[in-house]
Design a protein around this ligand. Structure first.
Ligand code: DGT
Ligand code: MG
Length: 329
């Protein structure tokens, strides 16, 4: 039994955006468990619980060493009774019964499989599950009508489930850059999302597009999309066009791409707002609002006491798609 006085106690700011957090953390078993419960809550339309588990996981991610006992967590923010129960369970028994139960549950497994299809959200998956659809096979057999995104998602399911590497993100960056400068010379693209935070893999590749001259970016997105459609086939059949020697790492594969266009006057806010993580952005906005009486969005930052000084100029322009791409053979 460890003497309580010898136990390291931690201290972290309560707003996640005020903490320094590294890519790797010292408590992956605990943070994975809490993240799984967060995911389950989000997929079950329980966003409040989802955020609570995300916040708890984020606090553990910020700790400088592994947690060995719950007494070390005394006084830490964002650790509610439920999260603490899960943590204690893991520290004392090696696993959390709730996490293990969730992982094994048919409902969670079905929600995961179905929402892993590009274009399928929690609501749609929920409806399908109510209709007895729990697997891709059952979905295909069911005769459910799928929209275009979902059809592409199903067609490229295995590809899209594979994490995107930084090398692939860079290769896609070159294609997107070519598209963007072809339709608007002088336009600039910036890698955003997880890769901008230094992650080595991601579930998609996110880019922010702007032009140094305000207004030139208007109408850009449909042109970029048509260029890509004509040049790389957004959900085409490039795989079958591989020559026999062009297999292996150079084969074509589908990757999720998320493009955001911003006028240069909003670029800084868009860059900050789309770099993530989702929890970081949420906390930054909460901190701005509660502590600074200011409103932060991906478009602007304004002082709540002088609301009239700044207006939202335009609505966000954003498009998601699946790009079937690789290095040109
Ligand atoms: P990933 O792709 O799984 O490696 O991780 P991230 O962090 O790249 O996440 P992703 O791609 O879903 O989103 C990139 C960032 O963009 C995210 O961290 C916050 C922001 N973001 C995502 N979805 C939305 C949205 O619907 N609205 C706004 N304003 N921002 C969003
Ligand atoms: Mg991303």
């Amino acid at each position: 039994q460890i003497d309580e006085a010898e136990v390291v106690a931690f201290s972290v700011p309560s707003y996640a955006c005020l903490r320094r957090t590294t890519l790797d953390n010292h408590n992956p078993v605990l943070t994975d468990a809490l993240s799984l419960l967060a995911e389950n809550a989000e997929l079950s339309d329980e966003d409040g619980r989802g955020v609570a588990f995300r916040r708890a996981a984020a606090v553990l991610k910020a700790l400088p060493e592994p947690v060995t006992g719950v007494t070390q967590l005394r006084g830490l923010p964002c650790l509610g009774g439920h999260s603490l129960r899960v943590i204690r369970d893991i520290l004392e028994n090696g696993a959390s019964s709730e996490v293990e139960f969730t992982k094994q549950s048919e409902r969670f497994k079905a929600l995961k499989v179905l929402t892993d299809i590009f274009g399928v959200g929690a609501k749609t998956a929920e409806r399908w599950i109510r209709d007895g659809i729990h697997s891709l096979h059952q979905l295909q057999e069911s005769g459910q009508t799928l929209n275009r995104a979902q059809q592409a998602g199903l067609e490229h399911y295995d590809d899209l489930k594979q994490p995107v590497t930084k090398a692939e993100a860079d290769a896609i960056g070159e294609i997107v850059e070519e598209a963007v400068v072809s339709v608007l010379p002088g336009a600039q693209i910036t890698l955003i999302g997880g890769f901008r935070r230094g992650k080595l893999t991601g579930h998609d590749v996110d880019f922010l597009i702007t032009h140094p001259e305000e207004g030139r970016e208007v109408g850009l997105m449909p042109k970029v999309v048509s260029w890509l459609e004509s040049q790389v086939k957004l959900s085409g059949t490039k795989q079958t066009e591989n020559t026999p020697e062009d297999t292996g790492h150079r084969r074509w594969r589908a990757v999720r791409v998320d493009l955001v266009v911003s006028p240069i006057s909003q670029f800084a806010f868009a860059l900050l707002g789309w770099t993530g993580s989702k929890l970081f952005e949420r906390e930054l906005r909460r901190w701005a609002g509660h502590e600074k009486a200011m409103s932060l969005s991906s478009h602007a930052l304004y002082d709540n006491k002088q609301v009239n000084t700044l207006h939202y100029a335009v609505l966000p322009k954003r498009v998601f798609f699946v790009i079937v791409a690789g290095k040109n053979p």
